[in-house]
Design a protein around this ligand. Structure first.
Ligand SMILES: Cc1ncc(COP(=O)(O)O)c(C=O)c1O
Length: 385
């Protein structure tokens, strides 16, 4: 049976060249990069090269990269690290209602520790306004964390403008750039961010590796105690196999980014055209303007999302009803809730389609045809044709 994977925002497969690199790494040097003998030094050299490549990819300095087990850990390190290091300056934190759970849940933990967290709302297009951030800022605000691209809707947030506004404020600025990293050239200077998280498995690298960018001026309270690795910002022997694969994925990304973006733009246009050609009734959750073309979050009026997902799966199409972390539970998406309110039908009839480098025109055609077929079966009134 033909299977089409359209859930790249949840995770991407390994790029063949990444896989090749990791196979070679398995046979190669195994020294501990903290050891001073020649085996250790060989690994240290690979680790240094990886750090340079990671830093270059976001316009940062070598010493600003902290390798972590992924973006969840990077976000946790940023959030708890800043809160506990700067609590003497204030206990107020700002974030948004549409962050990934890897930001929201640490924030909820901080609330239990006595921090006051403002969760900013977004408008119907899923964007937080710079004015809202400005209004929420207080003299005792120590931290602002706002994602660059939302993982459920693909909507881009105005990080540059918020960063500009925060320049004159004591608050440390973090962005979760996981979903943006593969799609746009990130530059920590133009973003004016102090901290930035990314993950390897969204850019065709292995799972379980990512990094946190840390501006030299920012102090983080240590979260994992042990050895002196990562200059003590993150103790524990580095995941060298993961780092090797991640580095290769970053190099490929730098080479292919524009090409990938154009590919996604073409696919998303084709997707919309297909829905229109089949006269399918739908709404994009978000807007076409500030939208990353690899994630389409679409509401199909009248459909029941669990039933729709099951039918798509039976036809071989893998998509998601929200972020992968909440899939499997019928809790409506917190992101759509923030955009449309508790009662809106879109909370119960929306699907996220996300494209990747292997997605072909045929895959899109196949998917649109199946959507039309399933909708005709489930709710004959959905299609106008
Ligand atoms: C926006 C965002 N932040 C954080 C994460 C967590 O990343 P990781 O799986 O590397 O822990 C994800 C992954 O789904 C994400 O999409």
């Amino acid at each position: 049976m033909k299977r089409v994977y359209l859930d790249y925002a949840a995770t991407t497969p390994l790029h063949p060249e990444v896989k090749q690199e990791m196979m070679e790494a398995l046979d190669g040097t195994y020294g501990n990069p903290s050891s001073i003998h020649s085996f250790g030094r060989e690994s240290r050299k690979l680790l240094d090269d990886a750090r340079s490549i990671a830093a270059r990819s976001i316009g940062a300095d070598f010493s600003s990269i902290i390798f972590t087990s992924g973006a969840t850990e990077a976000n946790n390190l940023a959030i708890f690290g800043v809160a506990r290091a700067y609590a003497h300056r204030g206990k107020h934190i700002i974030t948004t209602q549409i962050e990934h759970h890897a930001v929201l849940h640490p924030m909820e933990e901080l609330q239990k520790e006595g921090f006051e967290v403002t969760f900013l709302p977004v408008d119907e297009s899923g964007i937080v306004s710079v004015e809202a951030v400005e209004e929420a800022l207080r003299p005792d605000t120590i931290f602002v964390s706002i994602m660059r691209v939302n993982n459920e809707t693909g909507m881009r947030q105005p990080i540059e403008a918020i960063g500009e506004r925060l320049k004159e404020h004591q608050a440390i600025f973090h962005t979760d750039a996981v979903q943006a990293y593969g799609l746009e050239k990130l530059d920590v200077t133009s973003f004016n961010v102090d901290l930035l998280s990314v993950s390897s498995h969204k850019i065709y690298g292995p799972k379980g590796i990512g990094f946190l960018y840390r501006n030299d001026d920012v102090h983080l309270a240590q979260q994992i105690f042990g050895g002196e690795q990562e200059r003590k910002w993150r103790s524990g022997t580095e995941n060298m196999l993961g780092i090797r694969g991640f580095t290769k994925a970053i190099e490929l990304l730098e080479k292919e980014q524009n090409e990938r973006l154009m590919h996604y733009e073409k696919l998303s246009k084709q997707f919309f055209k297909g829905l229109n050609d089949f006269s399918i009734d739908y709404h994009l959750n978000g807007t076409r303007e500030e939208h990353m073309p690899n994630i389409l979050n679409i509401s199909f009026p009248g459909v029941e999302v669990e039933m729709f997902l099951t039918n798509l799966d039976l036809e071989g199409i893998a998509v998601s009803s929200g972020s992968a972390c909440t899939a499997g539970s019928i809790d409506p998406s917190h992101v759509l809730k923030a955009m449309y309110g508790e009662e809106n039908d879109r909370l119960y009839n929306s699907i996220r389609f996300s494209f990747g480098i292997e997605t072909s025109d045929e895959d899109i055609q196949f998917c649109v045809e199946k959507i039309s077929k399933i909708l005709n079966r489930l709710i004959p009134s959905n299609t106008r044709g």
